[in-house]
Design a protein around this ligand. Structure first.
Ligand SMILES: *[C@@H]1O[C@H](CO)[C@@H](O)[C@H](O)[C@H]1NC(C)=O
Ligand SMILES: *[C@@H]1O[C@H](CO)[C@@H](O)[C@H](O)[C@H]1NC(C)=O
Ligand SMILES: *[C@@H]1O[C@H](CO)[C@@H](O)[C@H](O)[C@H]1NC(C)=O
Ligand SMILES: *[C@@H]1O[C@H](CO)[C@@H](O)[C@H](O)[C@H]1NC(C)=O
Ligand SMILES: *[C@@H]1O[C@H](CO)[C@@H](O)[C@H](O)[C@H]1NC(C)=O
Ligand SMILES: *[C@@H]1O[C@H](CO)[C@@H](O)[C@H](O)[C@H]1NC(C)=O
Ligand SMILES: *[C@@H]1O[C@H](CO)[C@@H](O)[C@H](O)[C@H]1NC(C)=O
Length: 852
């Protein structure tokens, strides 16, 4: 017992002394640099010896000698001062460490920075040319930049000579004049800062993508920048509140990403494993959390499955499949897991068989197959002047080398004229792409069709037996029923819903009636076919988000619009039910009216009242038709939309958030009255109107509020935001987000803000109506618009205040706050056009096709 006590005593004694010793050491370690690093500047003739450091004025960054990991070599580097984990951001002598602690860092006689070993041998030099001797000083800044000044000019800086870390404030990228592409280079390992196998930089073809290369070969690709996120990074949440942006490359002649404000909370590191990590400082400022990292999944590796194949994530591994209509180039190699050959087309395209002419000899014309939720393939060309899906489709159809197209709202039309490489099927989000296939690829599902026929035959027999049984059971009632039915001739709208329909119809319809207690009429498929002459292309009105819309005429002469939800659209049924159930309960003169629906096997059809003037965007953004919307009409359209929205938010039985308000969803009747349409995304909310969240962020970039785009939070105030954007579009006749602008930011809103601040609101008004409107009304509208697009949902007015402000002559209104979400202003359009011309001649891949 006593021995044990003594032992314990001994232990605690030695622990204490060890602790004291460690403490004094610590003291020395922390104290010494503090003493020797009073400065943030390196002067000629005062070299920095191993053991001392210099620290930036705000005490954020520190420069000195260090040894990474288990290495014993000494390197000059920059790290965070006073940070719990030692994090190196930049290294000078990456390839030539000082072998011992006798090294120094100095300004040499020629004015350059040098790392010297113990015998004054030069291990590294900043190599700047034409310096004046004895005129250099060097300084570590609070941005983490180490700058060599010579005769008052920046002669060299670490931000122009990147290592493996991107820090806010850097402008590393592609120089469009010299064609020099600056890249980041990974370390060889955690212990060795010499250049590793991985580099990271801007795509040299100016496609606004970021690449990681391994020994010069692509290893990862971010996808294009859409102004807020890289569309090839799954579920990437925008950080533009902190201002991550693409440079105004047309003006600066340099393409790079940057932060509008310096923010030392962010860094991006290319690890020795070839993974790029975006790290953000924790709230306690003592650690980092990973915001995103790429590539992690197998499918994120560039072209993992080869050309014309998709890669889907299967837990930690991946599954490769040829695209529809494609087969492995070499089946044995494919089965052995060798994807280098990729897949090849099974049936040649008709335009290829007919030697390039689109209207070929015989055979079915080529068609497009919809692929959803994809990381769009590499090598896309942007097409100017294609402003909707069907124009984009036409561009692709007319050009035999076009293999696929994708129309992205807010970015525009992209076509692929080369092999389709690096297609990752996302498990959520992603884009739609239409793949061009020979016409014969679209009806080769014989096995499936046979199966379907068998199922239908069996259900018919079951139904028949059931009917016979019923007939026998209640013969008289049925006889009476049929007699009545025969007498009534052919019934247009069949409300009975249970007799004489194929079983599929019966169930789906039942489903809808049950869920919504809806009393929307059910249309007979045959009637719809007749009304639209078999969905003839000549009756096509346009292409909505979920399928084509046709014009039709019912036998009695009523004109209708028929939306046929595309069969391949997997999400169709959910949106379909949603729309039928919702809209049936909503009745307002500014909402489009649903006349009925129809379900026939795969076909899901919605029947609306016909709007002769189609949608608002067809007028507003069309040079030849925009003058038809005079100022009075525009005001009444704005007020109509506001009334419709107020009804949805406050006055309807359900209280609905629309979630996808935009110009193409506003239809116009013969008197130009606006009607809100497309309730596929709408949600009913509780009476408290609280914010809800959704994992699936749907909607349209440019109209999405910051909280919705970034966090999936939606509330009535997200609709208010979209309304504000729409209002400014209606006044200005400019689309909020088009890809036309080199900066790709949401410039219309920032432009509106700028003009309002400069008291120059008339400048924002569409030039074709500018001389016929009153400045009072214009100002009132623009203020309401600016109030609606404020960053914080709470700052935005409700729709009832919006109505008040729009209608009253002298209403007091709060001052709008500047929308930071909207992005920065950029230089005039004319500059960019002339520059784009130069880009074409410079053989860039942003193809500008202007011809019709
Ligand atoms: C500086 O120039 C020398 C000789 O031209 C070269 O060997 C060295 O790699 C250069 N150093 C840097 C940091 O560019
Ligand atoms: C630079 O300074 C050193 C030391 O002060 C001096 O010896 C040398 O002559 C100066 N050189 C020039 C070009 O002024
Ligand atoms: C870099 O690539 C080369 C060639 O592919 C390879 O031999 C070497 O092991 C790689 N180095 C590292 C650190 O991965
Ligand atoms: C810097 O970034 C952090 C984290 O992303 C953010 O909370 C902070 O507001 C940003 N600071 C500035 C000045 O933008
Ligand atoms: C993979 O297949 C290609 C042809 O598709 C062949 O040239 C290559 O040698 C194969 N690689 C391996 C490792 O088998
Ligand atoms: C296609 O055109 C090429 C030359 O343009 C010609 O040599 C070839 O015979 C044509 N093929 C067919 C099937 O018409
Ligand atoms: C067809 O598309 C390719 C690929 O985008 C493009 O290079 C070519 O110029 C287009 N041809 C025509 C006639 O537009």
């Amino acid at each position: 017992m006593a021995m044990a006590m003594a032992g314990l005593n001994a232990i605690s004694c030695s622990t204490v002394s060890k602790f004291l010793f460690a403490y004094s050491l610590l003291f020395v370690v922390f104290f010494l640099p503090a003493f020797t690093s009073a400065s943030n500047t390196l002067l000629p003739g005062e070299p920095l010896h191993d053991g001392s450091t210099i620290v930036s004025l705000g005490r954020i960054f520190e420069l000195g000698f260090f040894s990474p990991g288990s290495s014993t070599g000494r390197y000059v580097g920059i790290w965070y001062h006073n940070f719990s984990t030692f994090t190196v951001l930049w290294v000078a002598n990456r390839e030539s460490p000082v072998p011992d602690r006798s090294g120094s860092f100095a300004i040499a006689a020629d004015g350059n920075l040098v790392v010297l070993d113990g015998r004054n041998g030069v291990l590294w030099s900043s190599n700047a040319s034409s310096l004046s001797p004895n005129a250099s000083t060097a300084e570590i800044l609070d941005t983490g930049n180490f700058v060599l000044n010579n005769s008052g000019k920046v002669a060299w800086q670490s931000f122009d000579n990147p290592g493996n870390t991107y820090l806010p404030g850097m402008k590393i990228g592609l120089d469009l004049v010299t064609n020099v592409n600056q890249v980041f280079t990974s370390w060889r390992s955690e212990d060795d800062p010499s250049p590793g196998n991985f580099t990271l930089g801007m795509a040299p073809d100016m496609s606004t993508q970021i690449f990681i290369w391994e020994n010069g070969k692509p290893r990862w690709r971010s996808g294009r920048w859409n102004g807020q996120v890289f569309i090839g990074i799954q579920d990437m949440v925008p950080t533009y509140i902190y201002g991550f942006k693409l440079s105004d490359f047309a003006r600066e002649k340099k393409m790079y990403f940057y932060y509008t404000e310096f923010n030392s909370s962010h860094r991006y590191v290319l690890g020795p494993d070839g993974v790029e990590r975006h790290l953000i400082l924790n709230d306690d400022a003592q650690g980092w959390h990973q915001y995103w990292a790429q590539p992690i999944l197998e499918c994120e590796i560039y072209n993992r499955c080869g050309n014309y194949a998709t890669c889907s994530d299967k837990g930690n591994s991946s599954e490769c499949r040829c695209l529809k209509g494609f087969v492995p180039q070499s089946t044995p190699e494919w089965l052995a897991g060798n994807r280098t050959g990729g897949c090849v087309r099974r049936m040649p395209l008709q335009c290829e068989r007919s030697n390039g002419s689109a209207t070929g000899v015989g055979g079915k014309p080529d068609g497009f197959y919809l692929m959803q939720g994809v990381k769009l393939p590499d090598f896309s060309d942007w097409v100017a002047g294609s402003n909707n899906d069907s124009q984009c489709r036409n561009t692709c159809m007319k050009n035999c080398s076009c293999r696929a197209y994708s129309y992205i709202e807010g970015m525009g039309c992209f076509i692929w004229g080369r092999e389709l490489a690096d297609i990752h099927l996302f498990s959520s989000s992603g884009n739609d792409m239409y793949l061009r296939l020979a016409g014969s690829e679209f009806n080769d599902d014989k096995g499936l069709a046979g199966y379907a026929i068998a199922v239908i035959a069996v259900s018919a027999v079951v139904l028949l037996v059931g009917c016979v049984f019923l007939l026998w059971k209640c013969k008289r009632r049925m006889e009476a029923f049929f007699r009545r039915k025969m007498n009534r001739q052919e019934n247009l709208v069949d409300r009975s819903g249970s007799v004489g329909h194929p079983s599929t119809t019966f169930y789906a319809e039942n489903d809808i009636h049950e869920q919504g207690k809806s009393d929307v009429p059910l249309f007979n498929f045959r009637i719809i076919e007749e009304a639209t002459t078999n969905f003839s292309p000549s009756n096509l009105l346009g292409e909505g988000g979920f399928g084509p819309v046709y014009k039709g005429v019912l036998p009695e002469g009523q004109e209708i619009a028929v939306k046929r939800l595309s069969q391949s659209s997997g999400q169709g049924m959910e949106e379909f039910k949603n729309e039928v159930i919702l809209i049936a309960k909503l009745q307002h003169r500014n909402l489009v009216r649903l006349l009925g629906f129809c379900i026939q096997r795969e076909d899901k059809i919605l029947v609306y009242e016909y709007m002769p003037n189609r949608s608002l965007d067809a007028f507003l953004f069309d040079q030849s038709r925009k003058h038809l919307l005079n100022w009075k009409t525009r005001i009444s359209i704005i007020e109509g939309i506001a009334r419709g929205l107020l009804y949805l938010h406050r006055d309807s039985r359900l209280r609905v958030i629309h979630r996808d308000l935009k110009a193409s969803n506003i239809l116009l009747d013969e008197e130009m009255n606006p009607k809100i349409s497309d309730f596929g995304m709408a949600r009913i909310f509780g009476s408290d109107g609280n914010e809800s969240t959704t994992k699936r962020v749907v909607g349209t970039y440019g109209y999405m509020s910051p909280e919705y785009a970034m966090q999936g939070l939606f509330s009535v105030k997200s609709d208010v935001y979209s309304f504000g954007v729409l209002l400014i579009e209606i006044v200005s006749g400019i689309r909020n987000s088009t890809y036309n602008h080199p900066q790709l930011s949401l410039n219309l809103l920032a432009y509106a803000w700028k003009l309002w601040n400069e008291d120059d609101v008339m400048e924002l008004v569409d030039p074709c109506i500018r001389d016929k409107c009153s400045i009072r009304e214009v100002s009132r509208c623009i203020i309401v618009g600016l109030l609606c697009i404020q960053d914080r949902a709470n700052d935005r007015p409700t729709m009832s205040s919006v109505m008040l402000m729009l209608e009253s002559e002298n209403c007091v209104h709060p001052m709008p706050r500047q929308p930071t979400f909207a992005g920065e202003m950029s230089q005039s359009e004319t500059d960019s056009t002339s520059f784009d011309q130069k880009l074409i001649s410079a053989n860039a891949s942003i193809t500008i096709l202007t011809g019709r």
